[in-house]
Ligand binder design. Structure first.
Ligand code: PLP
Length: 387
C-alpha cells in the first residue's frame, strides 16, 4: 500500500528534487519591486500606500465591502470576536478538527471554546448534528442561548473552511439565526474559494490569514472582511490603538490593540494577490492530477470540493475510507523516508491539554478522521506546470 501511495504521488509531483515540502510560498511577480519601494520610500511600518491598497484589493477579490488588514489570522479572529460582542465567560462553538488558532482566539477573547462535530463531506461543522446537539443541551434565556450544563451563554459560532473546502455556510447561518449566535467564518484557508458562485468572504464577517504556508503570504498577516460599515470603522480604530485623528496630538479613546499590518507586509501581499487567479488554477489542476492518480487505489480517496462550491484546494488531502490501525503513521514514515514531507491533520483540539475539559459534543467522527487523513504536497509551483 505504501509503495502504491508513493508512486501515485510521484506520478503527480515528478521524480526529481527532494525533499518535497507540504506547502511552500512562491514569489514570481512584483514582490521584490513593491517591497523595495517601501524601503526606498521609508514607509515600512503601519502607515503607507500598500496597506490601504491591499485592503481595497482584498475586499474586491472576496466580494466584501471592507477589509481590515492585521498582523496575523489569530489576531484577526480574536479582535473580531471581541468587537462583535463575545463577552468574557461566553461559550463559542468551534470545530475540534481545525488549527489551534481557531480555539486560541476564542480564549484570547476570554471566552470558552465549545467543540462541535464535523461532517465527512466538507470536514466543516455538520449542521444536522449541530442542531440536534443544541436541541439537547441548550435552552433560551432573555433571547440568548444558554448551555444547560454550564449555565453560560453560547454567544457565537466559528465555522472553518478546512483545507479550502467551503463548509455548509447557509445551513449554519440558519442555525445561528435561530439560536441568536454571532457567526464569524474562519476563512483563513479558503481565500478564493466560492459557495454557489459567490466568493468566500462575501457572506458576512470572515477572517483570512497570510501566514507563510497559506495560498498567498505576507510573511505573517491576516484580515477581517465585512459588509457592515459601522463594524469596519470600529475594527479599524481598535486595531490601530484607538488613536483619535489629529495633526499632532496623541489621544486615544479606548483600550485597544496594535494589530495593524505593516506596509512592508502589505506590499508583499499586493504583489501576491496579483498572482491569486494563477495560483488557484495551479492548485485546482494539481488536485485533479492527484484525483486521477489515486482513482484506482481502492479504499483511498482525494477529498473533493463539496457540491455547489469551488475549493481553492489549499491542501490536497488523502482520506482513507476506514480506520486501519497504524496506517496513517506507517504511511507518513514511509513518505518522509522518501523525502515527501506529508502531514497528518491537526490533533483534534479537545485532545490537547489546555482544552481537554472544555464543553463538547460527541466528537467520534473528528477523532476517526484524524486517523484517516494525510495532507499531500500542495505547493503552487507543483501545479503550475499543469496550467
Ligand atoms: C492559518 C490559520 C489561522 C490563522 O493563523 P495565523 O498563523 O495566526 O495567521 C486560523 N485558523 C486556521 C484554521 C488556520 O489554518
Amino acid at each position: 500500500m505504501n509503495n502504491q501511495i508513493i508512486s501515485a504521488i510521484k506520478k503527480v509531483i515528478g521524480d526529481e528534487s527532494r525533499p518535497v515540502a507540504l506547502h511552500e510560498p512562491l514569489f514570481c511577480g512584483n514582490e521584490e519591486k513593491y517591497v523595495a519601494s517601501c524601503i526606498s520610500s521609508g514607509w515600512v511600518s503601519s502607515v503607507g500606500e500598500f496597506v490601504d491598497r491591499f485592503e481595497r484589493e482584498l475586499a474586491g477579490v472576496c466580494g466584501a465591502k471592507y477589509a481590515v488588514a492585521v498582523v496575523n489570522g489569530t489576531c484577526a479572529l480574536h479582535v473580531v470576536l471581541a468587537v462583535s460582542g463575545v463577552q468574557p465567560n461566553d461559550e463559542v462553538l468551534v470545530p475540534s478538527l481545525t488549527f489551534v488558532a481557531t480555539a486560541n482566539s476564542v480564549s484570547h477573547a476570554s471566552a470558552i471554546p465549545h467543540f462541535v462535530e464535523v461532517e465527512e463531506n466538507s470536514l466543516g461543522i455538520c449542521p444536522i448534528k449541530l442542531e440536534q446537539y443544541l436541541q439537547k443541551i441548550a435552552t433560551t434565556k432573555n433571547g440568548f442561548t444558554v448551555n444547560k450544563n454550564t449555565g453560560r451563554v453560547i454567544r457565537a459560532i466559528v465555522p472553518v473552511h478546512v483545507f479550502g473546502h467551503p463548509c455548509q455556510l447557509e445551513n449554519l447561518q440558519k442555525i445561528a439565526d435561530k439560536y441568536n449566535l454571532i457567526l464569524i467564518e474562519d476563512a483563513t484557508e479558503a481565500l478564493g474559494s466560492k459557495i454557489g458562485g459567490k466568493p468566500v468572504g462575501s457572506h458576512g464577517v470572515a477572517v483570512l490569514s497570510f501566514n507563510g504556508n497559506k495560498i498567498i503570504t505576507t510573511g505573517g498577516g491576516g484580515a477581517i472582511l465585512m459588509q457592515d460599515e459601522a463594524l469596519y470603522k470600529k475594527l479599524k480604530h481598535l486595531t490601530t490603538t484607538a488613536k483619535k485623528p489629529h495633526q499632532f496630538a496623541f489621544e486615544h479613546d479606548a483600550v485597544a490593540w496594535n494589530y495593524r499590518l505593516p506596509n512592508l507586509n502589505a506590499a508583499l501581499g499586493s504583489a501576491q494577490l496579483e498572482q491569486l487567479p494563477r495560483y488557484i488554477a495551479a492548485k485546482c489542476a494539481l488536485a485533479q492530477r492527484y484525483i486521477e492518480a489515486f482513482k484506482n487505489i481502492s479504499g483511498l480517496n482525494i477529498l473533493q470540493e463539496p457540491e455547489n462550491t469551488k475549493s481553492n484546494y489549499w491542501l490536497v488531502t488523502l482520506v482513507n475510507d476506514k480506520v486501519d490501525k497504524n496506517w496513517r503513521d506507517d504511511t507518513l514514515s514511509a513518505l518522509h523516508e522518501a523525502k515527501i514531507l506529508c502531514r497528518p491533520t491537526w490533533t483534534p483540539l479537545h485532545l490537547l491539554p489546555m482544552y481537554k475539559d472544555n464543553p463538547r459534543a460527541d466528537l467520534q467522527l473528528t477523532e476517526n478522521l484524524h486517523k484517516r487523513i494525510i495532507s499531500l504536497p500542495s505547493s503552487v509551483k507543483l501545479g503550475l506546470e499543469y496550467v
